[in-house]
Each structure stands twice: as structure tokens, then as C-alpha cells.
Ligand binder design. Structure first.
Ligand SMILES: [Zn+2]
Length: 342
């Protein structure tokens, strides 16, 4: 048998999960679940393209990438495909705004783009689901992230998930499957997507132009897309490695340029690793040599609780700069109290 080259893939570590998902899919609805930042959305799109492809590769290796259906899919004009994402995610995913005019420009809107998938969007998708497949192979709906379906939207989708029309297939992707309605989960076949192999992730990051990729991959707990996003946002390996010592010195400028949610996230990771040092467990996000060596857990646990509360409101801080400075100062005193000589 001649092995044709596997379809061009931006995230090479998805090759094996894609084959496994295509080979084991028995249900009309798959739920891809696992950590963020490892290509959930990309896998959902690869599955959709493969199910719609008119000349799919042998051995469940996915879409051909060249047929008429694949060309329509890549142009995002496939008549048998629907994508349900929150308005706020359209731009980060490279999609035109949902309310775009004929020139692709967004109409001026006073409201912030929603982070929820709303019932209107689900109803439009269900209308799409009623008709027959335009190209005769399948109809596919991708829902990402599935936990952003609000309650009404989820209940509206449920009816179609229960009784799908003939060729209709769903891929739901979620980093928080426990937040989905149990009735939604039970209608789907779960497909776990875990962290990629370290070597594959490092090679991909290097190919994306990320310097010192091992530091940023560790900083994000092994999630290569997140590491790339942090790098693009300006995080550099040496700044990350210096963060623990800058906390010890109370130098809050270390996080001054970061958006509050990301700065709080960074402090949470640092706190997590300091607690691991207390318990003599290898750190997760920082190199051991970069970390101070606290010995008491209690002050750090108190700081951790403060950070968790701040993270819940990080999207709308009244004064972001003051908030981060205050969290940093609390971290510095927690670290000092936690570091006692025996
Ligand atoms: Zn194709």
C-alpha cells in the first residue's frame, strides 16, 4: 500500500488523536475534552473537515485537503458546516464578526462581545440542521467551547442532540466538561485530548519562533498554544525565571505590562510552586533554581485564597494596576513569613 502523506496539519501532535477519534467514533456526537491550550478547537475542526471530505484518506487519517468539500471548508463557506462559538472568541479564532456587513466589517456595536453562546445562535443552527445535506456527505456542527452555551441555549440544543436528523454530526469541545448539563454529556461520546508529548510541543514552539521554548512550555504547564500566546503577548523566558526573585524583592513592575487575568494567573502559578517547595515536591512551572525555599505553608495558603478570589473578578477590576500591586505586596509578605530559618 502506498502511504500518502498525512494531511497538512498545523499542530502535528493532533495526528494520532485525529486517527483515534475517526476510528473510534460511534456516536453522532463527540465531546472532545481536556486542558486548554493544546488544540481542542483545531481537533474539532479537523474532525468536521474529515467527515465532510469527499475523498478522505485511508486508515482514518483525515480529510484529503484538496477536494471541493475541503476547499469550501477551508474558505469557511461549506454549506454543510456550522460553527457555534461565542462572539468574543470570533476574533481570536480568526473568524469574521457574526454581524459583519457585506464587506466583512463589523457593524458598530455598543455592547461588549458576549462570552456566551446564546439561544438565537443555537436556533439558527437547528434550522440548518433540519435541511438535507447540500453536498450529500454529512452535516457537521462544531460547538466550542461547549461550556459557554448558556442554560437556555444548552436546553435548546439538547433536543437535536437527542434526535439528530440522518447525516447530522456534532463535535463539542470543552475544557470544563463538568460544567455541562449532564444530559448534554450523556448524549455525547467522550474523547479525551491530553497534553502533547514534550518533544513534539517543543519542536512546534521552536518552529513558531518562540525563544527558550522549554521555559515557556513549563510556565504554561505543558500547553504549547498557551505558551505561544504568552510569547506573542511579550513574555520572555528570563522575565519568567526572574519573577520569583522579583516577588521576594517586592518589585511589582515585573507584571506591570500584563493584562490583569494573565498577571493573576502568573502569581497563582508562582504560589502553587512555592507551596510545592514547602512540601519538597518538584515545582511545576518554574525551574527549581529560580525559586526561593519557603518552609511554612500557612502564609502561602492565605495568599493563594486571595489570588483565587481576585481571579474570579479579574475581567472587571476597578483599578487593575492597584490590584496587581496589592496582590504582589501580599505575596511578598506571605513569602517572607513563610521563609523562617530553622
Ligand atoms: Zn477532501
Amino acid at each position: 500500500m502506498v502511504m500518502t502523506k498525512v494531511m497538512v496539519m498545523d499542530l502535528p501532535w493532533l495526528e494520532v488523536p485525529l486517527i483515534n477519534a475517526l476510528a473510534t467514533a460511534r456516536s453522532h456526537a463527540l465531546l472532545v475534552q481536556g486542558p486548554a491550550g493544546v488544540g481542542q478547537f483545531d481537533l474539532a475542526m479537523l474532525l468536521a473537515q474529515a467527515w465532510l471530505c469527499e475523498a478522505p484518506l485511508a486508515d482514518h487519517r483525515g480529510a484529503c485537503g484538496q477536494c471541493a468539500s475541503c476547499r469550501l471548508f477551508k474558505a469557511r463557506t461549506h454549506p454543510d458546516f456550522q460553527l457555534l462559538v461565542p462572539e468574543a472568541l470570533r476574533e481570536p479564532l480568526g473568524l469574521p464578526p457574526a454581524n459583519a456587513d457585506e464587506n466583512g466589517e463589523a457593524k458598530v456595536s455598543k455592547t461588549k462581545p458576549s462570552k456566551e453562546i446564546k439561544v438565537d445562535a443555537v436556533r439558527a443552527t437547528l434550522a440548518f440542521a433540519q435541511g438535507t445535506s447540500a453536498r450529500g456527505r454529512a452535516k457537521v456542527v462544531v460547538v466550542y467551547p461547549a461550556e459557554s452555551l448558556n442554560h437556555v441555549a444548552a436546553n435548546t440544543l439538547l433536543k437535536t442532540l437527542e434526535e439528530p436528523a440522518g447525516q447530522l454530526r456534532f463535535v463539542l469541545a470543552s475544557t470544563a466538561p463538568e460544567a455541562l448539563l449532564p444530559t448534554i454529556r450523556s448524549r455525547c461520546q467522550a474523547f479525551p485530548l491530553g497534553l502533547p508529548q514534550r518533544e513534539a510541543a517543543l519542536a512546534w514552539l521552536a518552529g513558531q519562533g518562540v525563544e527558550a521554548p522549554e521555559v515557556l512550555l513549563d510556565a504554561t504547564g505543558g500547553r504549547p498554544q498557551e505558551a505561544r500566546d504568552w510569547y506573542v503577548a511579550g513574555l520572555r523566558a528570563n522575565a519568567w525565571q526572574q519573577l520569583p526573585q522579583r516577588l521576594a524583592r517586592g518589585d511589582a513592575q515585573a507584571l506591570a505590562d500584563w493584562p490583569p487575568p494573565r498577571a493573576i494567573d502568573a502569581l497563582q502559578r508562582l504560589c502553587h510552586d512555592l507551596l510545592r517547595r514547602v512540601h519538597a515536591v518538584p515545582p511545576t512551572y518554574f525551574a527549581p533554581a529560580a525559586l526561593p525555599a519557603p518552609t511554612l505553608a500557612a502564609p502561602l495558603l492565605a495568599w493563594e485564597a486571595v489570588l483565587r478570589r481576585a481571579a474570579r473578578h479579574a475581567e472587571h477590576p476597578l483599578n487593575a494596576g492597584l490590584l496587581i500591586e496589592s496582590l504582589f505586596a501580599q505575596g511578598q509578605s506571605a513569602l517572607r513569613e513563610a521563609t523562617v530559618r530553622r
